[in-house]
Design a protein around this ligand. Structure first.
Ligand code: KIV
Length: 286
C-alpha cells in the first residue's frame, strides 16, 4: 500500500483476509499523531487512557465528552493516512441509545474521527453497536479487561482465565460481530483464549496483553516510548526512554540559563548597521 492511501474498513478487512498484522497505537495530540501516521501505523486510537496518561487522573472514568472531542480534533489535524478511532468516554453511551448515538455522531461530525470504540458486550452495548453501525458510525469493540468496568471487575485482572469465562467472552464477541463491529480489542486475556477467539471470528482481533495470535496489536504510545512512568504493564514493551531524554534536556536548559550560557550570540535577533548607529547616537545624545 502507498503511504498516502487512506486506511478504511476495506483495508482492515483486506488485512484480516491476508493475515497481515494490524498496527495500532494511541495518540492524544497533534505532534504524536503526526509521527505515528508518518510511520505508517494503521489505526490511531484516541484512547480514554488519556485521562491517566495525559491528564493525570487515577482511572479512565473521569474523562468527559468535551475533553475527548478536544483531543480527537488535535489528533485529526496530524493524520492523513491512519484510521482514527476514539474511545467513547464512561457514561457517554451506557445509559441510553439515543444519547449514545448523539455522542458518537459528535466525534465524527465535530472532531474528524472515523470510528468509535465501545467497551463491553452486554445487551445494551450490542444495541448501541448495532444502532451506530446502522447510522454510519463504525464501531471497534473491546472485551476482556475493560478499564471502564474496573470497579465491577475488582481491579486490573486478567480475564477469561477458565472455560466458562472464555465462553462468555466468545458469546459476546459473536454478538458484537453480528451487530456490525469491524474489529475487537482483546485486553489482558490468556494467549490461548485470544487465539481461539481470533480463529473463530471473521473480524480482526487487536490484542493488548492478549498474546501473539491476535490479528493486530495495540499499545499505549506513552508506554512504548517510556514517557509515562507511573506504571508500565507487563505486556508493554518499552522501546525508548523519552522521560530520561526530556529530563536531561530540561536540566541542561536550566543550567544554561542559570549560568548565562543561554541564549548565545547565534540565538538572538540584532538590529541592522543603520539602526545600530541611530541607536548609538540616541545613547550618546544625553
Ligand atoms: O484507552 C486506551 O488507550 C485503550 C487501549 C486499548 C490501549 O483502550
Amino acid at each position: 500500500m502507498k503511504k498516502s492511501e487512506k486506511v478504511t474498513l476495506n483495508t482492515i478487512k483486506k488485512y484480516r483476509a491476508e493475515n497481515k498484522k494490524i498496527t495500532v497505537l494511541t495518540a492524544y495530540d497533534y505532534s504524536t499523531a503526526k509521527i505515528l501516521d508518518e510511520a505508517g501505523i494503521d489505526i490511531i486510537l484516541v484512547g480514554d487512557s488519556l485521562a491517566m496518561v495525559a491528564l493525570g487522573h487515577k482511572t479512565t472514568h473521569s474523562v468527559g465528552m468535551e475533553e475527548m472531542l478536544h483531543h480527537t480534533r488535535a489528533v485529526s489535524g496530524g493524520v492523513e493516512r491512519a484510521l482514527i478511532v476514539v474511545d467513547m468516554p464512561f457514561m457517554s453511551y451506557q445509559s441510553d441509545v439515543k444519547d449514545a448515538l448523539i455522542n458518537a455522531g459528535r466525534f465524527i461530525k465535530e472532531a474528524g474521527a472515523y470510528a468509535v470504540k465501545l467497551e463491553g458486550g452486554y445487551e445494551h452495548i450490542i444495541n448501541v453497536t448495532k444502532r451506530c453501525v446502522e447510522s454510519g458510525i463504525p464501531v471497534l469493540s473491546h472485551l476482556g479487561f475493560t478499564p471502564q468496568f474496573l470497579h465491577t471487575l475488582g481491579g486490573y485482572n486478567v480475564q477469561g482465565k477458565n472455560q466458562e469465562a472464555l465462553e462468555e467472552i466468545l458469546k459476546q464477541a459473536f454478538e458484537l460481530q453480528e451487530a456490525g463491529a469491524f474489529g475487537l480489542v482483546l485486553e489482558m486475556v490468556p494467549e490461548e483464549c485470544a487465539k481461539i477467539i481470533t480463529e473463530k471470528l471473521d473480524i480482526p482481533t487487536i490484542g493488548i496483553g492478549a498474546g501473539r495470535f491476535c490479528s493486530g496489536q495495540i499499545l499505549v504510545t506513552d508506554d512504548i516510548t517510556g514517557k509515562y512512568e507511573d506504571f508500565t504493564p507487563k505486556f508493554a514493551r518499552k522501546y525508548a526512554d523519552v522521560a530520561s531524554v526530556v529530563r536531561n534536556a530540561v536540566n541542561c536548559y536550566k543550567n544554561d540559563v542559570q549560568e548565562g550560557a543561554f541564549p548565545s550570540e547565534a540565538e538572538v535577533f540584532n538590529l541592522n548597521e543603520n539602526e545600530k548607529q541611530k541607536l548609538e547616537s540616541l545613547k550618546s545624545g544625553r
